[in-house]
Design a protein. Sequence first.
Lengths: 819, 934
Amino acid sequence: MNTSIVRPALWVLLSGFLALQAAAFTPSVGIIQPRGGQRGTEMTIRLAGDRLYEPQELLLYKPGITVTKLEKAGDDHKVVNATITIAPDAPLGEHLMRLRCKGGISYQRTFWVGQYPIVNEKRSEDNKRDLNSKFDEPQEVDLNTTVQGVADNEDADYYRVQCKKGQRLSVEVEGMRLGRTLFDPYVAILNKERFELVSSDDTALLFRDCAASVIVADDGPYTILVRESSYQGNGSCQYRLHVGDFPRPTAIYPPGAKPGEVREFTFIGDPRGEIKEKFSLPAEQRNFDAVVKNGDFFTPSGLPVRLSPLPYFNEKEPNEGSKEATPPEAPGIPVAFHGVLSKKSDKDWFQFLGKKGRKLRAQVYARSLRSPLDAYIIVRKAGEAKQIGNNDDAGDGSPDSLLDFDIPEDGIYNINIRDQLYGSGLDYTYRIEIAERGPSIAASLPYGERNNSQKWKMINVPRGNRVGRVINIGRSNIGCDIELETPQLPSGIKIDRDTIPRSQNAFPIMFEATAEAPVAGGLYALKVKDPASGLTGPFNESIHHIEVNNTGTFHSYHDKRISIAVIEEAPFHLDLEIPPVPLVKNGTMNLKITATRHGDHKDGITVTLPWRPPGVNAPSSVTIPKDKNEVIMGINANGDAAVGKWRIYVNGESGSSKGPILVSSPLKPIEIAEPYVGGKIELAATEPGENTDVVCKVDVHKEFSGDATIALSGLPHGVKTKELTINKDSKEITFPLEVAGDAKKGKTANLFCTVVISENGHPIRATAFGGGVLRIDPPPPAPKKPVAKKEEKPAEKKTPAEKRLSRLEQLRLQSKNNK
Amino acid sequence: MKFLFPTLWILCILCGSLGARTFEQIRPILEQNCLECHNAKKKKGGLRLETRAMMLEGGENAEAVVLDKPGESEILRRTALAPDHEEFMPPADEKSDREPLTGEQIAALRQWIEGGAPWPEEVTLTQKPRTGPVEDPAQPDPDLAAIEVHPSRVTLETAADFHRVIVIARSMDATSRDVTAWAKYTLEDPAKASLDGSLLKPRADGETKLRIDFRGQSAEIPVTVKDAAKPRPISFQLDVMPVLTSSGCNTGSCHGSARGQDGFMLSLFGYDPKGDHFRLTRQLSGRRVNLALPEESLFVTKSIGEVPHTGGKLFDPDSANARTLISWIEAGVPYDDESVALPVGIDVEPKQYVLKGQRVKVPLTVRARYADGTDRDVTTLSSFSSSNDNSVAIDEGSGLAKSKNRGEAFLLARFHTYTEGTQAIVIPDNLAYERPQVPDFNYVDTHVHAKLHKLRILPSALCSDEVFVRRVFLDIVGVLPTEEERKAFLDSQEAKKRDALIDQLLERKEFTEMWVMKWAELLQIRSTGNNANQVSYKSALLWYEWLRDRVASNQPFNKIVYELLSARGGTFKNPATNYFKLEADVKKMTENVAQVFMGTRIQCAQCHNHPFDRWTMTDYYGFASLFSQVKRKRAEDPSEQIVYDGGGSIKHPVTGQNAPPQFLGDDAPADIKSKTRREAMAEWLTANDNPWFSKNVVNIVWAHFFGVGITNPVDDVRISNPASNPELLAALSSKFVEYNYDFKKLVRDICTSRAYQLASQANETNAKDLTNFSHSLIRRVRAEVLLDTLAQVTETPNKFQGLPVGARAVQIADGNTSTYFLTTFGRATRQTVCSCEVKMEPNLSQALHLLNGDAVHNRIRNGGVIGRLLKEKETPEAVIDALYFRCLSRAPTDTEKRKLMEGVKEAKDDKERAETLEDIFWAILNSKEFIFNH
């Protein structure tokens, strides 16, 4: 891990109480200014935000920057100044930073390393407007400078440089990449007559950012225009404009190589033509950023080369058909192909050997390596017209193609590639990898909030306390249990977790810090593993610096490390009490959550149940009121809940004057079980004012001790009954219904019985059975001759009333009575 | 009344031989005036006049003719009564539009009766239409230029075929009259065909000629007879369906309604014959048709009114229509086999009528052409309508048109899915007209003047230079001339200074911007939101810039449209693709393209054949099929989409089959080989020989300068809404093609024409003319231009989103950007392709906004124009002059100036004087003259 960590002061372990006085939780850093620096220099950067108490260190994701001083600026804890040294060989481009304070780790923010001296855009004294908004009043800058400026609303910024005839003038803008706001820069190089020599808005190479390069025709001034592409900038639309005579190629060929290899690459697209350069490639399997230079000055951003151990073949033109496919001898799998769609409507063909039954994946790397190509691939058996498969886009938002296919029989197979719109160009480079579809697993932290991908991405564990997370599991081509592996963790932290069953794609884990754990933190690479096969996978972090609701993401950062820290003691502990009885299907249960408050913490605590076993529902949150220490959360299991033993926890989030803090309860076991009692409600019918019975058949699935109460619910207005009891031997139970004269007429479906069984002094509540129907019919018309018939009635008397009449018998009796 | 002379002349001759009235001279009087009621069917008053015996028998109350006492003849008594007398004959009746007999006719009748009412035994009279005065075909007419016979050739196929010939006489003054009834017909070989009046029927196979003689002119048409002995089998589609359509059974208000009528539904205007056959014969078995007793079929008895029918009686039991239905049922209600030759078009003749005076009646003849090369006279099976009842009315069933007031009408005949029309012009019969000697500035005037001559309309005079300079500035560049520009023009002594000014204006940037705005409206360039499938502001802006670059670089307009319609790629990378992002529905996209680029609305044909135009559902879905392969996918940038062409097709809802791609109006499948369907469509649309595209564009351009299109509205080209001057449209269109679609040259032609430079003051003849460009129409200045001119004269720059201060409203890229002012004055929201989006009608809120709103008042205050003018010009008079020049491009009249100065003089000090001048400025800006271009 190439993290440079500086601890400017030895921190002293203070008592919990004292720490609470000093620290504040959840420090927030909004922005780092300036937005970048020049390598080989020392500078002070300003991290502005909130609750920046007791800054401890900057967590850095890349080598090349060291922090020599970290101190607060002012007493409002809103700004921290860091003095940093940028090494002369620090990687160019984006450097991610987090600030760790005693109260936690901040969000990730970006800082950009360049090679040129930085000048600021000239602004009026009151800083309300810039002074370079007119072509005739540009800001003079030297070649090989980086300008930090702002594209305000309807603002155009003009910079003038003096060039020599034949010189290359290149510009590149970091705008969207600065990761601050949705900012789409536009850049153009204009001559004296205001004619745009070259302009750039969006580029395949830089996405929404832009770069342009031109060989100037005359000695003299040239003007560079920077603006928001549709004049919709604002004060947050900062940019870094690199102006220089650096090369600005748009592609590199081949776009892939093997790790550790030494080989020559061709840079394509620079106005001076191709540039060849030899590189010793690193030994790791990753993307390598290739930069090329003119004199001392490199391209401001590199061109990615995919490093992978696969054997590869570069296309040999002509390869427009099966017979000319590259390479002449079909290689086996796995294999990679490289090419450029350079001719008009170009199509490139490759061949490989397929073995019957092999499950393969063809994956194109073009746009992911910043090629303008929008690939479209087709796989066929050599000599056959029938396609085995084709693909345009993988479906993950990238235009790169991905095709999973199976080999039907041994033989030679072709894959051909073209641009989806039949486009072509010298920089339409691509790499195709064909390999067996292997299994893979990975874990990640879910996004905590819409448009806020960083929420809950930092694991800030208070000393002597715990913080839980539900992690997402991704499995591809495999179904397996997953175990979390923790090769490194901050001292004093352990993770309480269970094996994640194959059925689960999200599962809780618990970070726990001992009371003695030192306040510390950093970036840690965790892993996941299939215990059966030994397959491992990374624990990924994906952060979207710019994300627009309903549209998508515009700048993201991915890493295989997550940030974990031990922080100062939290002002409360949380505990979860689960009754020692199972939660049965269709049952409910009350969870008791208790808070132990320390010091003078009184604020309300919002309690959530972040993970529920399948089929279990809970309210989105409950609150432990201010000054109270307890709350009940009612949860329930539906009929499809997964029977078994699980562990759950609750989170408690409290906004105190020291900033919001989240702690969790320990993981506690809960059992989901089949219901003890089932049954059926028989249909009942009556008339208003006529009492009746509802008979229920009772099935006891699992014996229980003592009596259980059973209640009939869902009765219509005007109908009452009473609660009864059953025991393990009950077979049938009859609810006497009191039907009022004004009872609601009609059919009432969905009567149900709830049973409460007591076990170990704890209730097991459940809806045991339902689906009952009660019909209250309007009374029949009055009998025609009631008086004449009266004589007959006594003869009937009350027949043995003990025997309950079936519905049919009731009807018979009724019709008899009516006669 | 020119007709009168020959008539009187004939009558004079007749009068000369008193008592020698022959039956042949009386016959037309009876046939045209009396037989309509006194026939076997109607027997009005118990009287029939078909034979002499019947006439002598008399009616229920009196003897029609008393031979021995001619004076007591009822016929003479009644015809001589005052026209409003209740016993007057022939009675006035709106429907038949009978007119009183003339004095000559009554005299002739009297003489005839006095002469013993000669009437050959064998002659039975039949009713004849009263289309014109009696004419003697043998008597030459020096005024007659030519006779026209329609159709120009007759082919009679099968025994049942027939063709009625109509003969039109064209006078020297280009007016026409129907002389069918009076012409003399001679068949060269009577063995081949029979002739009943002008109705030809087959006799034997072969060829012959029909010679027509009329008053010194003659014509000959070939007659071909084929299969004279062969009966023609009854066809559901060829015989029964036309009866349903011509009788109005399948209209939307009757059984053609989506839910049918009284439990019986037919496809609207017969778009689905197979379905109609099913509903008639099988939907309710045994109800609608009775195979055993065809005459008893409900289908028949309802239509002849024998049993109650909500739609009433549609035709007589012994009519041809009823006979058709019955013979179809007798034949066992067959449906046509695949080989049946369907109509491929109709010809309506004659193509043009110029009618002089009121109540001139002329017929139309409709001939249907079938796929197998045969044709039929379908006049009686067609339905007719007039675009202007006030000028020419037409009988829906018979196609007999009648002139009314001065004006122009388009007479339409519809048969099967085809609609064709004839232009009819009515001119007053006592017009003192002489073709004016006005010069043609260019070809535009040639056509405009030709049309005006036809209408006997005199164009207004040329407008003054003062008016011209304001008009041309507003129209071409959308700004008012500055005082200096105005003066330079007025002072110029150049002979062709108007042309020079036009050339100068065409080179200005504002000209391009105006047209970018107009095309942007039609392309609906607007942002709809920032979601992935919406058009973002960035997209809209890029798209507008795309259009602007092309218009500015003078790219031929057809190339721009080709690029747009065949565009593929990312919506940021190739912004023209936003056209397909904006509208994702294939059908709406199809309709939009037809409406914007062809000016025709095909929406109706989505569900049924177009009732007033040629479009069928097959046309619609064939054309839609060309758009059915447009696909969209997400680009890497989540707010961008990629538009491309994939597979897919659209189903014809009646057949349930995929509609083969077909260019609109073409019968053959489109050639889509080696190109995408959209490329093929765009290529066809923008080709030089496309019948729609260039005409539509020139019409839009024309409408900008004249306030009305040659076809108006510009996006409603339809057979029933023809161009007011087709020759002009065709000439402009071919010039536009010749100019390689450079509309700058087109605008030059339009603006340098005399027609454009006419004054708005009308004369007696053209005051009512709004469509023939005989004078300049007063037009409200459109919203953007008005706001820009307001900003211009008050010197208060505008500020719009995404544009620098001082930008003009005309430059706003996004249709979604608007201000209260622009909305009130009807800026297009670009939500639809309709040309009606730009509202040019003045309304109250506009007036109130100008009067009370901040638009005018604040601008006058903020601009400080008055203060500056006072300093520069020194005297209030000079300031008033300057304001008039600035806003109205003219000097104030003496009266205006005097009255305004009275107000100024009342001011006590400089401050008050300035305020009064501000009020004057305000009043000028609120004047109609400022808001309108005249």
